[in-house]
Write a protein that binds this ligand. Structure first.
Ligand SMILES: [Zn+2]
Length: 279
């Protein structure tokens, strides 16, 4: 296993800059460099200074660094999420380059976690980025996610997804799931602390979950659509917590060919062995 980290993230600088908004002047906790770097998102009501400061204090764990995870991690790093843990035991293969846009021919044969770590350092050298070149499983997950504010499931197999679901549920850590195959993509935000909302194991009971792009094929940008949705939802949550205007427990399906979106609410299953509480 390889792991590494770079310098601690910038959180609050002593530098204060006056900002005019709604006729008022207030003191900013962000330094000039932060304000310039993040100016486009600081304008948003969904982020603002407070959300940006929360990004800097946040820890997101990205599990699976293929077409979903490599893009998700790039967006989280760009947005200034202070601590990122990148988890994947795989290496970069030439068949990955069709959709895993953060990698290129220079990375072939390299560990994805290390390659992505190196690329993200170039994006934002002030973040605390860690990488774990291993496959997530039931044994290592509790430690991997123990200090996470949220987990992003970017894996491509149901067994690992079940382990991630169980670990986040036990730790009450919000989980953002995405998948893509063929010309469709799916996403699900699970708070993992709400008994009125089911979990990933419930979903597998309800529907025929098939997420294998190896057998079904997938168009590169369709993976990107799923990843962009997933990263957006996680960022909105990290900025505003449970006050964020996002939908929890809705299983969302996007059809890239039709340009359509469908969703249904995921209730807990009374037979789910993971989340069902008989009491
Ligand atoms: Zn369940």
């Amino acid at each position: 296993m390889h792991s590494c980290s770079v310098t601690q993230p910038t959180v609050h600088s002593a530098t204060h800059t006056a900002n005019h908004k709604a006729g008022q002047v207030f003191e900013r906790a962000l330094n000039k460099q932060d304000i310039k770097r993040y100016s486009r998102q600081l304008m948003l009501d969904s982020v603002e200074d407070e959300g940006q400061a929360k990004f800097a204090r946040s820890h997101a764990v990205v599990i699976g660094l293929g077409g979903l995870g490599s893009l998700v991690a790039r967006y989280l790093a760009g947005a200034g999420v202070g601590t990122l843990t990148l988890v994947d035991g795989d290496t970069v293969d030439i068949s990955n380059l069709q959709r895993q846009v953060t990698y290129n021919e220079m990375h072939l044969g390299e560990l994805k976690a290390k390659s992505l770590y190196n690329e993200l350092r170039k994006v934002n050298s002030r973040l605390n980025i860690k990488f774990k070149s291993l496959y997530a499983d039931s044994k290592n997950l509790p430690t991997l996610i123990s200090t996470a504010d949220c987990v992003l499931d970017c894996t491509d197999n149901i067994e690992t997804r079940k382990h991630i679901n169980t670990a986040t549920l036990r730790a009450s850590i919000p989980l953002f799931i995405a998948a893509a195959s063929g010309l469709s993509w799916q996403a699900l935000n699970l708070p993992q602390n709400n008994k009125r909302i089911g979990c990933y194991a419930c979903l597998v009971e309800y529907i025929d979950v098939r997420e294998d792009c190896l057998s079904r094929g997938v168009l590169g940008p369709v993976v990107g659509m799923a990843a962009c949705h997933q990263a957006t939802q996680a960022l909105l949550f990290l900025a505003k917590g449970f006050n964020a205007d996002i939908k929890w427990g809705h299983y969302l399906t996007g059809n890239a060919d039709l340009g359509s979106l469908k969703s249904f609410m995921l209730p807990p299953s009374s037979t789910c062995e993971v989340c069902h509480d008989p009491n």
